[in-house]
Design a binder for this molecule. Structure first.
Ligand code: SF4
Length: 73
């Protein structure tokens, strides 16, 4: 499954990590304040619901499906 994160707009709230800790981790080092690190660039189909939840609950709406995956199935 392909998705993207707009790192410029991520503020490191961490909802994505709570929903899908296998995929996202919030990191605080780096001097720009917290932001998210993607642990799994291409998570397996079995994680679809977790990824969907992370997309839904990200307060900044910065996680999105890549177009070819947007339809779900
Ligand atoms: S929930 Fe959204 S804004 Fe918060 S850390 Fe994850 S991607 Fe960034």
């Amino acid at each position: 499954m392909q998705f993207k994160v707009d790192m410029e707009l991520c503020q490191g709230h961490g909802e994505c990590e709570m929903e899908a800790p296998e995929i996202f981790r919030v990191v605080t080092e780096g001097g720009r304040g917290p932001s998210v690190e993607v642990l799994l660039e291409d998570p397996p189909e079995s994680m679809r619901e977790k990824l969907q939840a992370a997309i839904r609950y990200c307060p900044n709406r910065v996680i999105a499906w890549r177009t070819e995956d947007s339809g779900g199935s």
